[in-house]
Write a protein that binds this ligand. Structure first.
Ligand SMILES: C[S@@+](CC[C@H](N)C(=O)[O-])C[C@H]1O[C@@H](n2cnc3c(N)ncnc32)[C@H](O)[C@@H]1O
Length: 309
């Protein structure tokens, strides 16, 4: 198996300006943000004054890389502001867990997602751990009937306002506040089927009733169960995660094991963001992807492939 590095196509409204010294400097529309980034242990390229000029910087509270923290703003920022990419419009907000409602790296998969959806009339797509709904809305805009599951009511409300903002209110999207494990078990009992599955689990999470999600312990079972939900002619399964102590090969092995009985190809790699300052690639997420026939991905910028079979 080859591991690939996938970078999203350029965004007008987002750029990774620089990275280094444990942080990244990003532009979300008109505002620049500094956020901690454990992967960026190299030196920064932009002068310190560029970093100091950022509109807001996130400071971690003591204890844990993924815990809550505080935003310090240099000038008043709106509570939310709009970005657009492809045919989507969506809100950015500064959340207490450093996230902004947008993971630009995920758009590296959208060309593939659009092609898979276009291959079938109104295919069904199940999005698990769907967050603020950008991939769900991309799938809906491409013609899919989407079921989007997330434990967080605020995330679902945010996704619904993104749907309105994108002019996709008439598209068939079911927004469900549920625990992914319980939802998938229920769907198996009901005999539900989906043509395409997207999963973006966190390392640790909680369902709406406090159900615990632990990536390293529960992923293999969840993926096995999800495979039972695939339709007779599935279009694909895309699994992504941000876990510093996991390899893309791990995701690929989990996916390939669950799909061992089916024909098809599994590919895997890293989603990366290319910084503007020096062109270095910042690892942003891991992914594994399965689909029938051929290699599921064309590399977004055509060049980077590491490893070999
Ligand atoms: C933001 S995405 C993960 C994005 C990225 N992979 C990362 O880890 O930073 C995680 C989403 O999963 C949801 N989530 C966590 N545990 C869940 C559970 N047990 N059932 C359903 N959704 C859950 C959260 O509400 C959140 O919206």
């Amino acid at each position: 198996m080859n591991l690939h590095l996938l970078a999203p196509p350029p965004w007008v409204d987002y750029a990774l300006l620089d990275s280094g010294a444990g942080a990244k400097l990003e532009r979300f529309g008109p505002y620049t943000l500094v956020r901690p980034e454990t992967q960026a242990i190299w030196p920064r390229r932009l002068p310190e004054r560029e970093w100091q000029r950022a509109d807001a910087a996130f400071e971690k509270s003591r204890g844990g890389d993924d815990g809550p923290g505080q935003w310090h703003t240099r000038r008043p920022l709106p509570d939310q502001w709009q970005l657009h990419q492809n045919n989507l419009r969506f809100w950015v907000r500064l959340t207490p867990f450093r996230h902004t409602g947008v993971f630009p790296e995920h758009s590296a998969h959208w060309a593939w997602l659009g092609r898979q959806i276009a291959a079938r009339r109104a295919p069904t797509v199940l999005v698990l751990f769907g967050y603020t709904g950008l991939s769900s809305l991309f799938a809906a805009a491409a013609g899919a009937r989407v079921t989007h599951v997330d434990a967080s009511r605020p995330a679902i409300l945010w996704a619904q306002s993104n749907q309105q903002l994108s002019g996709l209110a008439d598209r068939p999207v079911r927004w469900l506040i549920d625990d992914v494990g319980k939802f998938v078990a229920r769907e198996i009992r009901r005999g539900s089927r989906y043509d395409l599955l997207l999963l973006d689990p966190p390392v640790f999470g909680r369902g709406p009733k406090g159900e615990i999600w632990r990536l390293h312990e529960q992923l293999p079972v969840l993926v096995e169960q999800c495979v039972q939900l695939l339709s007779a002619e599935p279009l694909g399964v895309l699994l992504s995660a941000y876990a510093t102590n996991m390899s893309a090969l791990t995701l690929a092995n989990v996916l390939a094991a669950a799909l061992a009985e089916k024909a098809g190809t599994t590919s895997a790699g890293e989603l990366v963001l290319r910084e503007q300052s020096a062109g270095r690639m910042l690892p942003a997420a891991l992914y594994a992807c399965w689909s029938l026939g051929g290699h599921p991905h064309e590399l977004a910028d055509g060049k980077e492939t590491i490893g070999c079979s």
